[in-house]
Write a protein that binds this ligand. Structure first.
Ligand code: DGT
Ligand code: CA
Ligand code: CA
Ligand code: ZN
Length: 580
C-alpha cells in the first residue's frame, strides 16, 4: 500500500509525538523544545509547508534547524520518518491518548509504561482499579483517584471536539468541496456554524445538480480515513482525529431550507416549524409545502417569509432570538473586524513563547492598535510568575519599547495577570498595581473552595480599584476540567457595581466566561474584553473565535471594550474605575 499523502497535520503530529517520546525518555529539554517549537512553526506557516518540505526548501524558515528540516523532508517526500518509527517502536497506538489525561505528565507516563507496561488508557484504568498504580513510588492513593477521575471525564466527553479543531477541519473540507466543478453553493452547518464551544460532528450542505458526483467526491477525499455511509445524496466520513463529517447534497432550490434545517439548533428548528404551521405551511429540510408558498433563494428569504429578520447562526438556540427577530429587536452583533486591540497576553517573561517585541510585531501585523502584556505573578511559580522587581523591570521595558517603536497607531500596555489569592487579596500591593496600565485578576490555585467562598474571594478582588478586569471566570478547560464552583449572578452584579470588566477568554480551551451569561452581563452594563490569553504570536488569532463566541452571547460592538480605538482606550484607562 502506498503511504497516505502527507498533510500539514501529519507533519505536526509526528513532530509532537517525537517531542513527547524524547521527553518520556528523559532526553535533553532543549532537544524536546526544538521539536515542539518545530511543530508550532509548521502548524502556523503561511505557505505550502508540505511542498516546501518535500522539495527541501525549508531553509529560510526561522526556528527550524537543520536536523528538523531534514526530518521534515524525509517525512514529506517518503511518507515515513525512520527516526520517528524507531522511537515509536514498542509503544502501541493508544499510547499517545495518555497525554490527553488532565494531570498526567511525561514523567508519570514514562514510569507507568516502564513499571507496569501501560500502553493505553484502558490499561491504565485496569491498573488503577486493581490498585497497582497507588503502590508505585511517587504515585499513591490520591494520584490514583485523580487519574481515575481524569479517565472518567475523558470518557464522558468521548466524541466531542473543540470549536477550533472543528473550524480548522471545516475550512479545509469547504475548500475541497468548492473545488468540485458541480458545486454551486457550499456551507458548513450544524453546531460549528452556530459557534458552539464543542461539537460532536461536522455537517456540510452542498447545492448541486449532480448530487452523486459530490458524494463520490467527498467519499474519496484525501482526508477521509473511513467512509461510514455513502449514498447518492448523503455521505458520512471520518477524519484521522475521529471527527465524523456528514455531507448532504441538495438542489439549488432546496439549499436554503437544508442549510437552515441542518444548522439547527433542533430547538430553533422546532420553533420555526411551528411558526410556519401557523402561516399554513409545513416546513422541512427541502422546502415549504402548502398554498401560495413564497419563493426562497437564501436563508434571509426564508426568515422573511415567516415575518422574521434574519437570525445570525450563532443566535439560533431558541433563547429569545425568534421573539427578537419577530419584534425587529435583534442586536447588531459584533464583527471580528471591530476589534482594535487586546489585553491579557503573555511573553517569555512568564510562560509565553514569544518576546514582547515579537508579540507586538504580530499584533501590529494583525492590524491591532494596542496590545496588553500581562504576565503571571509570583504566586504562579509553575508559570514563572514575575515578582515585584521583575514586573517593575518589565514596566520600564514596555515604556522603552513604546518610546522607541510606539506611534499614534500602535502601543503596548503594561499589565499583569495578577493571582487572586485564596482570601481574595492580590499578589501585588496597590501601589505597584497603580503603576500598571491595566490589571487582569485571575484564580490559579485553591480551586476546591466551596461556591460561597470562591464567589467572595473573586468579589473581593473585583472590589480593588486597580483591578481592570476579571480573567477566565471559572477556570474551566473544555473537555478536560470543569470550572470551579462560582456564582455567576453575583459576580456579574459585582462587575456592574464595581465597573470591573469581565474577560471573554477566547483561548478555545476556555471560552470563559461562558456565552450563556453574556446577555445578562450586557444588560447590566458590564463591559466584555475579548482576550486571547496568547502564549505565542499565533495565539493572537484566537481573537476570531472570541468574536464568534461574543456574537453567540448577543454582544454588540459597544459591549466590548477592545473595539475602542487607541485614543479612546487611553482615555478610558486614565479614568478612575468608578467613573468608567
Ligand atoms: P452536534 O451534536 O455538535 O453535532 O450538534 P448539531 O446541532 O450539529 O447536531 P446534529 O449534527 O445532530 O444535527 C444537525 C442539525 O440538524 C441540528 O442542529 C438540527 C437538525 N436536526 C437534527 N436532528 C433533528 C431533529 O430530530 N429534529 C429537528 N427539528 N432538527 C434536527
Ligand atoms: Ca453536527
Ligand atoms: Ca450531523
Ligand atoms: Zn490565567
Amino acid at each position: 500500500m502506498p503511504p497516505a499523502p502527507v498533510t500539514r497535520e501529519r507533519l505536526v503530529e509526528v513532530l509532537e509525538e517525537i517531542a513527547l517520546l524524547l521527553e518520556i525518555q528523559g532526553e535533553n529539554p532543549f532537544k524536546v523544545r526544538a521539536y515542539r517549537q518545530g511543530a508550532e512553526i509548521v502548524a502556523g506557516h503561511d505557505g505550502d509547508i508540505v511542498a516546501l518540505a518535500r522539495e527541501q526548501k525549508l531553509d529560510g524558515i526561522k526556528g527550524l534547524g537543520e536536523a528538523l528540516r531534514d526530518k521534515l523532508h524525509e517525512l514529506a517526500s517518503t511518507g515515513r520518518l525512520e527516526f520517528h518509527e524507531k522511537l515509536r517502536a514498542g509503544y502501541p497506538d493508544g499510547f499517545f491518548d495518555l497525554f490527553d489525561l488532565e494531570g498526567l505528565g511525561p514523567k508519570k507516563i514514562a514510569a507507568l509504561h516502564k513499571t507496569l507496561g501501560i500502553g493505553s488508557i484502558s490499561d491504565l484504568k485496569s491498573a488503577c482499579e486493581t490498585h497497582q498504580v497507588a503502590e508505585l513510588p511517587g504515585f499513591g492513593e490520591k494520584t490514583q483517584a485523580k487519574i481515575l477521575l481524569a479517565i472518567a471525564r475523558r470518557n464522558q466527553h468521548a466524541g466531542e471536539f473543540r470549536l477550533d479543531d472543528a473550524t480548522i477541519a471545516a475550512e479545509e473540507i469547504l475548500d475541497f468541496l468548492r473545488s468540485h466543478p458541480d458545486a454551486l453553493r457550499v456551507s458548513v452547518a450544524g453546531s460549528t456554524r452556530r459557534a458552539k464551544e464543542t461539537v460532536h460532528d461536522l455537517d456540510f450542505i452542498v447545492a448541486t445538480s449532480q448530487p452523486a458526483a459530490l458524494t463520490g467526491h467527498f467519499a474519496s477525499a484525501p482526508f477521509a480515513t473511513e467512509v461510514i455511509a455513502h449514498g447518492d445524496t448523503k455521505c458520512s466520513i471520518r477524519l484521522a482525529n475521529g471527527l465524523q463529517c456528514d455531507l448532504r447534497a441538495v438542489s439549488n432550490d432546496q439549499f436554503p431550507f437544508a442549510l437552515m434545517y441542518f444548522t439547527g439548533s433542533k430547538e430553533h428548528n422546532v420553533a420555526i416549524r411551528s411558526r410556519a404551521l401557523k402561516q399554513g405551511w409545513s416546513l422541512n429540510e427541502y422546502g415549504f409545502t402548502g398554498d401560495d408558498v413564497p419563493t426562497v433563494r437564501d436563508e434571509a428569504d426564508l426568515y422573511r417569509a415567516l415575518g422574521l429578520d434574519f437570525v445570525p447562526p450563532e443566535l439560533r438556540e431558541n433563547r429569545g432570538e425568534i421573539e427578537a427577530a419577530d419584534a425587529g429587536t435583534l442586536p447588531r452583533l459584533l464583527e471580528w473586524e471591530n476589534l482594535r486591540g487586546t489585553f491579557h497576553n503573555h511573553s517569555t517573561a512568564s510562560d509565553g513563547k514569544a518576546s514582547i517585541d515579537e508579540m507586538a510585531e504580530a499584533a501590529r501585523e494583525l492590524g491591532l492598535q494596542y496590545l496588553g502584556i500581562s504576565d503571571h505573578s509570583k504566586s504562579s511559580p509553575q508559570a514563572n510568575g514575575l515578582d515585584e522587581d521583575r514586573l517593575n523591570a518589565q514596566i520600564t521595558a514596555i515604556a522603552d519599547w513604546n518610546r522607541e517603536h510606539g506611534s499614534p497607531h500602535f502601543r503596548l500596555f503594561a499589565g499583569s495577570e495578577v493571582d487572586i489569592l485564596k482570601d481574595g487579596s492580590l499578589d501585588f500591593d496597590d501601589s505597584l498595581l497603580a503603576s500598571l496600565d491595566f490589571t487582569v485578576a485571575s484564580v490559579h490555585n485553591a480551586f476546591t473552595l466551596d461556591e460561597d467562598a470562591m464567589t467572595r474571594r473573586i468579589i473581593r478582588a473585583m472590589e480593588n480599584p486597580h483591578v481592570t478586569m476579571l480573567g477566565h471566570l471559572t477556570g474551566r478547560l473544555l473537555l478536560r476540567r470543569d470550572g470551579y464552583a462560582v456564582n455567576h449572578e453575583k459576580i456579574i452584579d459585582c462587575a456592574a457595581a464595581t465597573r470591573t470588566v469581565i474577560e471573554l477568554n477566547c483561548n478555545p480551551k476556555r471560552f470563559d466566561m461562558d456565552w450563556r451569561w453574556w446577555h445578562r452581563a450586557r444588560d447590566l452594563g458590564v463591559l466584555c474584553s475579548i482576550n486571547p490569553d496568547a502564549h505565542s504570536t499565533q495565539q493572537l488569532q484566537f481573537l476570531k473565535f472570541g468574536a464568534s463566541i461574543a456574537r453567540k452571547g448577543w454582544l454588540r460592538r459597544q459591549d466590548v471594550l477592545n473595539t475602542r480605538s487607541l485614543p479612546d482606550i487611553e482615555a478610558w484607562l486614565r479614568l478612575p474605575k468608578d467613573k468608567r
